[in-house]
Ligand binder design. Structure first.
Ligand SMILES: *Cc1c(COP(=O)(O)O)cnc(C)c1O
Length: 217
C-alpha cells in the first residue's frame, strides 16, 4: 500500500489521493493498529456494525465514513455515527440526514453515489439525477456536499473499469463547475485503486490490501 499512502501513482496523476481504510468485518483492535500507523479515516458498510465498533475507539477521534447502502430508517443513526455519508442516492435521504445531524457537530459531509455502469445494482442514482440531488443537499445548512462516489462493476476487463472511472471524472468536473466547493471523487478499491487515481480519484477505499482477505462480504 505504499503508493496509496503517499498518494502519488504514476506521472499522469498530479493530485494527491486520500486513503480511506475500509474496516468492515474488522475488530476495533485491528482499527487501532492502523491508527497507530497514522491512519485516521475509516469506512464502514453497516450503521449497526459501526455503532458496535466505535465506543472502543471513541478516544481516538477518528473520521468515520458510511460507504454501504443507507436505508431511510437508519438515517437518524447514520447522521450521528458518521462524519461522511458516501452513499446518498435519492432525495428522500437528504432532509432526514439534515434533521438528525446533531447541532453541536460540524455539518455532515455527503457524497452522491452514482450508478455508473452496474445495471444489476440498485444502489446509486443515474448520472442525469446528480444535479437535482446536489441542489437538494446544498439547500441544507446541516449538510455539506463534497462530491461523488461510485462502485463500478467488478469487471475483469480493466479497460472497462477505466472507462467507468473516466466517466465519473467527467461527471465530477461537471458538478464542480456548478458547485466549486466540492473536492472529493471517491472511487477505487484494493484491485483497481491505481487505475482510479490515474483517472482522477481523490479518495480511494481500501480494505483487503490493508487488512488482508475478508471472510464473506
Ligand atoms: C468493501 C468495500 C470496499 C473495499 O474493498 P476491498 O476490495 O477490500 O479493498 C470499498 N468500497 C466499498 C463500497 C466496499 O463495500
Amino acid at each position: 500500500m505504499r503508493a496509496a499512502e503517499t498518494g502519488r501513482i504514476g506521472t499522469n496523476a498530479p493530485h494527491v489521493a486520500r486513503l480511506l481504510a475500509v474496516s468492515k468485518t474488522r475488530a476495533a483492535d485491528e482499527v487501532a493498529a492502523l491508527v497507530a500507523c497514522g491512519q485516521r479515516a475509516f469506512g464502514e458498510n453497516y450503521v449497526q456494525e459501526a455503532l458496535a465498533k466505535q465506543p472502543a475507539l471513541q478516544h481516538l477521534h477518528l473520521e468515520w465514513h458510511l460507504i454501504g447502502h443507507l436505508q431511510s430508517n437508519k438515517a437518524r443513526e447514520a447522521a450521528c455515527a458518521f462524519d461522511w455519508v458516501q452513499t446518498v442516492d435519492r432525495a428522500k435521504l437528504v432532509p432526514l440526514l439534515a434533521r438528525h445531524r446533531p447541532p453541536e457537530r460540524a455539518p455532515l459531509n455527503l457524497l452522491v453515489q452514482v450508478n455508473i455502469d452496474d445495471e444489476a445494482s440498485k444502489s446509486g442514482c443515474r448520472p442525469d439525477e446528480i444535479a437535482a440531488l446536489a441542489n437538494t443537499i446544498v439547500a441544507q445548512p446541516r449538510l455539506c456536499l463534497r462530491g461523488l462516489m461510485a462502485i463500478p462493476a467488478p469487471d475483469p476487463d480493466m479497460a472497462r473499469r477505466r472507462d467507468a472511472f473516466r466517466a465519473m471524472k467527467a461527471l465530477f468536473d461537471d458538478l464542480a463547475a456548478r458547485h466549486p466547493g466540492i473536492d472529493t471523487l471517491s472511487m477505487g478499491m484494493s484491485e483497481d485503486y491505481e487505475l482510479a487515481i490515474a483517472e482522477g480519484a481523490t479518495l480511494v477505499r481500501i480494505g483487503t490490501a490493508l487488512f488482508g482477505p475478508r471472510n464473506g462480504r
